[in-house]
Write a protein that binds this ligand. Structure first.
Ligand code: G3H
Ligand code: ZN
Length: 278
């Protein structure tokens, strides 16, 4: 069993000057591919399950326990992380399921409420030895603070981290969730300014839209954890689509899901190496 708290894994990555890759698990095949990539590269990895993914499965436990079992059977260092949880009850459930990290996303709450709920979540999680990532901001809309054009103020971010006691902080520096083209631009200068005043590692959300060279530059500028989901789904789906198109008579789900899983493992391994910038 090599499940580790996010806080420890981020501290090791920071010492080495590496970015920590964090990828979303939706099906069990994602978990298998991600853990396979971590083993293959010798890099630690964050396996993230979002509140949305739990909703898709009808509950958190089945996909969480499957992911935990895949991680536990591996030699790789894995963080089991609850991603974008808006429900405190789901956070509490994650604590009983063996998660080692949670992201409490209070960005839709007003600022005072976000701070007080995040602080309470931190207290409960830390008592259980579980790390907490959070995000500040109260900008409306589906994409919250991760809409293009939205930027985190360094002093606000520093005050939020101090007030809440979080272990990692999501910041808005130019990326946007669910992009299917890798054309985002990042404010590298802002990352460095936030890094200089915020006492905990920073998290880049919506990294699917960020091209390779900017991912590397973001880590060099001080980004600690890099969240990628949509890009791996693009890779998964392309592999499935290609196989099905070439084999219209195919019916065994293992054949095409296996092709998706293999393609995700290759791309994840490449990204884990890319982020280990040194
Ligand atoms: O929390 C997860 C991410 O921020 C992933 O965003 O799907 O745009 O890569 P993405
Ligand atoms: Zn996100």
């Amino acid at each position: 069993m090599t499940l580790a708290p996010l806080r420890d894994v981020l501290a090791d990555a920071a010492r080495e000057g590496h970015g920590l890759g964090a990828f979303n698990v939706i099906q069990i095949e994602h978990a298998e591919a991600l853990v396979g990539a971590a083993e293959e590269t010798g890099r630690p990895i964050v396996l993230q399950i979002s509140e949305n993914a739990a909703r898709y499965h009808g509950a958190l436990a089945p996909i969480a326990l499957a992911t935990r079992a895949v991680a536990a059977a591996s030699s790789a260092v894995c963080v089991l992380h609850l991603d974008h949880a808006e429900s405190e009850a789901l956070v509490d459930e994650a604590l009983t399921l063996g998660f080692t990290s949670v992201m409490f996303d209070g960005s839709k709450l007003d600022d005072a409420q976000n701070r007080s709920v995040t602080r309470a979540v931190v207290r409960r999680c830390h008592d259980a030895g579980v790390s907490v990532e959070a995000e500040l901001g109260e900008i409306g809309g589906k994409d919250g603070v991760h809409a293009p054009g939205i930027r985190t103020d360094p002093d606000d971010a520093a005050a939020f981290a101090r007030d809440t006691g979080v272990d990692a902080l999501a910041v808005a520096v130019g990326s946007s969730h669910a992009m299917t083209s890798r054309t985002a631009t990042l404010d590298l200068d802002l990352i460095a300014r936030i890094r200089a005043v915020v006492p905990v590692p920073l998290v880049l959300h919506g990294s699917s839209g960020v091209p390779d060279d900017l991912l590397v530059a973001a880590v060099r500028a001080g980004m600690g954890k890099v969240n990628i989901a949509t890009h791996l789904n693009t890779v998964f789906t392309a592999a499935v689509r290609e196989l099905l198109a070439a084999n219209p008579a195919l019916v065994d789900t293992r054949t095409y899901l296996g092709a998706g899983r293999a393609a995700v493992q290759v791309e994840t391994a490449r990204l884990l190496q890319l982020l280990a910038v040194g």
